[in-house]
Write a protein that binds this ligand. Structure first.
Ligand code: C5P
Length: 285
């Protein structure tokens, strides 16, 4: 049996720069994998079988779609028994489903002996979802276009984050649909953040163009953001389309102190480190 880790991501900055002809939006974002992780188990089988620790996530799971896509595109006759142990909150802006799908593609291609270039993998990943391509690189990356243009950046020295989630799920589609053009920006702040990371190993946070729309549609998300801001000396930002809020800290001790302040709020909270996955799970790096 192969056991593979699938790391969550956070967006250290996310700007929406325009709308595309295909209805999706062009983005400029800095994405970072962190030490919050799902686990995938793969066992060879004649059939394709999928189970998940959270039964509500079994039907139509992106892992199963990734496996089916790989089989169909490359005429694979073999199967696999796949079990997903879920730890990353879902519909939370942490890319859990996308990370699971990327790890499934990479691991099954190896198991089934399908020889894929980075470009082949990128095509499959982009067909599964906008966040999936990033996970072929992982670490710290500048991500552009719909999410398919990924440029790895230098990974910073140990960096800690407090993640806080108000235990609600949000619809990314609904947030993009309600996004006013006045919240589009030109990507300058995110590009500046990416330059700082490369030049000076400084990891700050930028802006998130989806944040005002999230707060308008889901008022609980704003309350959570305000609670995190109150315990963070270095600011806070919603990750992706939310509602998870991240706050950066220079040390684990500082992050844990902020975490303690949120005990009793009922929020899901966790201290994580910036994390670079092993080379076998980052085929495009
Ligand atoms: O690609 P994914 O399935 O993650 O996207 C979910 C929804 O978010 C899409 O249906 C689309 O409405 C919106 N989206 C977008 N532009 C992006 C990514 C997502 O408009 N770059």
């Amino acid at each position: 049996m192969i056991v593979a880790p699938a790391y969550a991501k956070i967006n250290l900055s996310l700007e929406v720069v325009g709308r595309r002809a295909d209805g999706f939006h062009d983005l400029v974002s800095v994405m970072q994998t962190v030490s919050l992780v799902d686990s995938l188990e793969f066992e060879p089988d004649r059939d394709l079988l999928f189970t998940c620790s959270d039964r509500t996530l079994t039907t139509g799971n992106l892992v199963l779609r990734a496996a089916a896509l790989l089989r169909d595109r490359y005429g694979v006759q073999r199967g696999c028994r796949i079990h997903l142990q879920k730890h990353i909150p879902t519909a939370a802006g942490l890319g859990g489903g996308s990370s699971d799908a990327a790890v499934a593609l990479i691991t099954l291609a190896a198991m089934w002996n399908v020889k894929l270039t980075c470009s082949n993998l990128l095509d499959l990943a982009a067909a599964l979802g906008s966040d999936v391509p990033f996970f072929l690189w992982s670490g710290t990356c500048l991500v552009e276009g719909r999410g398919e243009r990924v440029s790895p950046l230098r990974s910073p020295d140990r960096q800690w984050y407090l993640l806080v989630n108000p235990r609600i799920e949000v619809s990314t589609e609904r947030i993009f649909a309600a996004l006013p053009v006045s919240d589009w920006t030109d990507g300058t702040e995110t590009h500046a953040l990416a330059r700082d990371i490369v030049r000076a190993d400084i990891v700050g946070i930028g802006r998130n163009g989806l944040q005002p729309t999230l707060f308008r549609l889901y008022p609980e998300a704003r309350e959570c953001y305000d609670a995190v801001t109150a315990v963070s000396a270095h600011g806070a930002l919603v990750s992706g389309s939310g509602p998870t809020v991240l706050a950066p800290f220079p040390t684990q001790v500082d992050a844990m102190a902020a975490f303690q302040c949120l005990q009793g709020t009922g929020y899901w909270a966790m201290v994580v480190a910036a994390q670079e996955p092993a080379r076998e799970y980052t085929p495009c790096r």
